[in-house]
Write a protein of this length. Structure first.
Length: 255
C-alpha cells in the first residue's frame, strides 16, 4: 500500500490538525487528527469522527500514522487527579500513557519501526532551579525538556532527556533510519532567569542511537548573519535532505 504522510502542526481557532493519506490514487483513505472545539482528542477517517477521549478534561492529538492496519495517534491527556498533561500514544483508540502524570508532558510526533514506537515531545523535568536573576530575587520554576520515549508492547522501555540545565526545549519531529539511528529536530531556549525572552534560542538537531538510547550528536541549526535563529516547526522525515548553510552547519529541510 502506498503511503504518503503530510506533517502539519498548526493551531487554528478551534482545532489542531495533522493529516495522512493512505492508499493508491482514487482509493485514498484520509486520516485527520487534532482537537475538537470541546477540547477532545479525535481523528477522522474519511470524514467520520472518532473521539479518542470522552473525559471532560482537555486532550489533543498532534500526529497520526497507519502501520500494518493499526491507527496510531500521539498527543496528550489531562490527568483527572493532578491536572497535569500526560504524553499519550493511542493505538486503535486504546490509550498508552507514555508519562505518569507527575509532570506536565506532551507527545508531538512519533515513528513506528518494527516492534518499537519512537515518540518525542517535551516534559517538565520536575527539578526546581534557584538563582538570583537580574532583579536580585530568587527564581523558582521548572524547565521543559525535549524528550525521546521508546515504547514496545505498550510499555515505555526507554526515556531520554535531550537537554539539561536552565533552558526550555521541545522535540517536534522524529525519524528512525535503517541503521536504527533516531533523528530528532526541535528547539532549545536557554534562559538566564525567569521571564528572560532575549536569551539564545536555537533550533536543534539530535541523533540518538536507537538500540542503546545514547545521545551521540547535538547541533544548532539555521545560521543567519552569524546568529542562530529559531524555527520551531522544523521537521525531519524520510524525504528530508541535508543541505549546508553559509556557516557550514547542517540544515534539515523537508521537501
Amino acid at each position: 500500500m502506498k503511503s504518503k504522510k503530510i506533517n502539519l502542526l498548526a493551531m487554528f481557532i478551534v482545532a489542531v490538525f495533522s493529516f495522512i493519506s493512505c492508499g493508491s490514487k482514487g482509493t485514498d483513505q484520509i486520516y485527520i487528527c487534532g482537537q475538537t472545539p470541546e477540547h477532545h482528542a479525535f481523528y477522522y477517517l474519511n470524514g467520520v469522527q472518532k473521539l479518542l477521549c470522552l473525559e471532560s478534561h482537555p486532550s489533543a492529538a498532534y500526529d497520526i500514522d497507519v502501520k500494518d492496519g493499526a491507527v496510531y495517534c500521539g498527543g496528550y491527556l489531562t490527568s483527572a487527579d493532578s491536572g497535569k498533561t500526560i504524553a499519550t500514544l493511542w493505538k486503535n483508540g486504546n490509550a498508552i500513557s507514555v508519562t505518569d502524570g507527575t509532570n506536565n508532558a506532551i507527545l508531538t510526533d512519533f515513528h513506528v519501526k518494527d516492534d518499537k514506537i519512537y515518540c518525542v515531545g517535551m516534559e517538565e523535568d520536575g527539578d526546581t532551579y534557584k538563582k538570583y536573576n537580574s532583579y536580585s530575587y530568587y527564581e523558582n520554576r521548572n524547565y521543559n525538556r525535549a524528550k525521546l520515549w521508546i515504547v514496545s508492547n505498550g510499555t515505555v522501555i526507554r526515556s531520554l532527556s535531550l537537554t539539561k540545565g536552565r533552558s526550555d526545549s521541545r522535540a517536534n519531529s522524529v525519524y528512525v533510519d535503517d541503521d536504527d539511528l533516531v533523528h530528532i529536530v526541535g528547539y532549545d531556549h536557554k534562559r538566564k532567569y525567569v521571564g528572560d525572552e532575549d536569551s539564545r534560542k536555537d533550533s536543534r538537531y539530535w541523533i540518538v542511537e536507537g538500540n542503546t538510547g545514547v545521545l551521540i550528536k547535538t547541533e544548532a541549526l539555521f545560521v543567519k548573519n552569524g546568529k542562530r535563529s529559531l524555527s520551531p516547526f522544523l521537521r525531519v522525515g524520510q524525504r528530508a535532505t541535508s543541505i549546508m548553510t553559509a556557516a557550514s552547519i547542517p540544515l534539515i529541510q523537508t521537501l
